[in-house]
Design a protein around this ligand. Structure first.
Ligand code: ADP
Length: 574
């Protein structure tokens, strides 16, 4: 069964802009018109050879251009905007090294199953192989970390390639697309009459599944003693929030979001059991896996973190994902929102609900209560230097309504995930499937551009902030409402209170006297430096109020850590 969702994209296929016969067009102008036709409203990038004019053409065509300081951050911004908007947005980079830096974003988007389009300037086709300025085999390199990679090898075919890139990026399992834009293609001029127009890519099809598969899934759920629903970021992408909430409430099955599945159903929902995650994964006998892969984030679905004989009902748009690492008892291949709507309909007819009082429910509840109490104790601890939990509690208590939380850093991100709640879909962006450090400021910029009027709270470890701190200037230049909170433990996984005098600094240690908030002295915006517990809330509240970016630097104990964990984050496999 295949149904199309309402097509919200413009139906025009006219990249010639209604020009009279005999008129000509530049390759670069045709490229941005084609992008605009395909729903690209935002372009992030770093200009230079041969894409400088492209950014200007984009502005002329009504595409908002955000010039950034580093191609990595720009490609992260483009994918965050794409994920939030549900349509691929673009990033432009210069040839050679620019493309190489931009690959970081392609790889990250591929790993996260997110769309985006990277457009790499390239040396002229007429100089291929001659040792041209910044010459590189860009398409070949990009192909490894993209879902689609092609050169714009003819001016008249630019609309065709853009359509193909957008469609491939968006349809099925989303992923990044790469377009190589050679200098002599961008600057070539051809008659408008030679251009072949193409259709605008409609929103993706939303395939459902045959009734017999729905029946099998419902039967498996009904046979469960200890059922669990896992909500992944595939459901956030699918915009399945209404369907998943209805399903959870109809069935009363406890659910566990993955890091970026957080918020699809409100973290405060009574059936959310995140604080009992370890117990839930280890003991569940039937798991409904919604848009989440059994990769490292879910410990591969294997013992010791999961039950040996766990039964999996798996919903995924990618057929090849069904059965990955653990065979699926029922595989439902299609769109998450469409399939959960089918499940809901079947349950309406069946009337089944997981019982209100079971030993599974009470075991989960007891564990939730126990772990919440431990965290509450750590959050209440206001000793100086501060731990992670106390500042995170203050960040939690001062979060603006409807915010998007961006988060990276080891301790900061991992502990932050357990303390900072998400109340809506697509409101958490973090290091993700690829575990990338350095995504934070780019993601925050992409989120602020995609959701104007929303204050973004970007909670960074000091090491993570260092990867792209200069993007603060981009935030000031565009007056973006972003609060950056740097939780500083002086290094990667912790540091020292003072650098040793008798040896080189230890490998992961950063300057203990660093004053990260002073980056605002260079560029503007508001800044706060916090060392004492009582300074936390006033600083955070002020930072979150008012216009433009603000930076709050919170100094914590260099040896601060996580509460004791039963398992390490990295589960070894046999
Ligand atoms: P998480 O990190 O939240 O566990 P993953 O990135 O591992 O999530 O998995 C997301 C999954 O969602 C991918 O396997 C992807 O194919 C799937 N997916 C993407 N779009 C859809 C959709 N529209 N419907 C269902 N599944 C989807």
């Amino acid at each position: 069964m295949t149904t199309n969702v309402t097509d919200t994209t413009p139906a025009t296929a006219d990249t010639t802009n209604g020009a009279a016969a005999g008129e000509t067009i530049l390759g670069g102008v045709l490229l941005v018109r084609s992008l605009k036709q395909q729903g690209v409203d935002y372009m992030f990038g770093v200009v230079g050879f041969p894409v400088s004019e492209l950014a200007g053409y984009a502005q002329d065509e009504g595409i908002k251009y955000i010039g950034m300081r580093n191609e990595q951050a720009a490609s992260y911004a483009a994918q965050a905007a794409s994920y939030i908007l549900g349509r691929p947005q673009a990033c432009i980079v210069v040839s050679g090294p620019g493309v190489i830096h931009g690959l970081a974003g392609l790889a990250n988007a591929k790993s996260n199953c997110w769309p985006m389009i990277l457009i790499g300037g390239a040396s002229a086709v007429s100089q291929n192989g001659m040792g041209a300025f910044q010459e590189e085999n860009q398409v070949e390199i990009a192909r490894l970390v993209s879902k689609y990679a092609h050169s714009l090898d003819r001016v008249d075919r630019i609309p065709y390639y853009v359509e193909q890139a957008v469609r491939t990026s968006l349809y099925g399992r989303p992923g990044p697309a790469y377009l190589d834009a050679p200098d002599d293609i961008l600057t070539a001029e051809i008659p408008l009459s030679q251009i072949k127009t193409v259709p605008t890519v409609p929103d993706p099809p939303r395939p459902g599944v045959p009734e017999r598969d729905i029946k099998a899934a419902v039967a498996a759920l009904k046979s469960a003693e200890r059922p669990l629903v896992i909500v992944g970021k595939g459901m956030a992408w699918s915009r399945a929030e209404n369907e998943v909430l209805e399903f959870i409430e109809k069935t009363q099955i406890p659910f566990l979001p993955t890091p970026m599945g957080k918020g699809v159903v409100d973290d405060d929902h009574p059936l959310a059991i995140s604080p009992a995650r370890t117990l839930a994964l280890r003991e569940a006998d039937v798991v409904l896996l919604l848009g989440a892969r059994l990769n490292w984030i879910l410990h591969f679905g294997k013992p010791p973190r999961w039950a040996e004989d766990v039964r999996i009902i798996q919903v995924d748009i990618a057929a090849e994902e069904i059965g990955a690492n653990v065979p699926a008892e029922v595989g439902l291949v299609g769109d998450g929102a469409a399939i959960v709507a089918q499940l809901n309909q079947a349950l309406d007819e069946d009337g089944w609900q997981y019982p209100g009082e079971t030993t599974w429910r009470s075991a989960l509840k007891a564990k939730v209560d126990e772990n919440v109490a431990v965290s509450a104790q750590l959050m209440a601890d206001d000793s100086v230097p501060m731990n992670y939990y106390h500042p995170l509690q203050a960040i939690r208590d001062t979060l603006p309504e409807d915010t998007i939380i961006v988060s990276e850093g080891a301790g900061t991100m991992d502990i932050g995930r357990t303390v900072l709640p998400n109340h809506g879909p697509r409101t958490r962006l973090d290091a993700g499937t690829y575990g990338t450090m350095g995504i934070g400021l780019g993601f925050a910029i992409g989120a602020a551009i995609a959701k104007p009027g929303t204050r973004i709270v970007d909670v960074e470890g000091d090491a993570a902030f260092g990867f792209s701190g200069m993007e603060y200037e981009t935030m000031v230049r565009h007056n973006l409402p972003i609060t950056i909170v740097v939780i500083n433990n002086n290094g990667i996984g912790g540091g020292v209170a003072e650098l040793p005098e008798d040896r080189d600094p230890p490998p992961g240690v950063y300057l203990p006297s660093a004053r990260y908030e002073r980056i605002a002295d260079m560029f503007g915006g508001r800044s706060y430096y916090v060392t004492q517990p009582e300074e936390l809330e006033p600083a955070l509240r002020e930072a979150n109020t008012g216009e433009g970016p603000a930076i709050v630097h919170i100094r914590i104990d260099p040896s601060a850590g996580r509460k004791p964990q039963q398992f390490g984050w990295h589960t070894p496999t046999n």
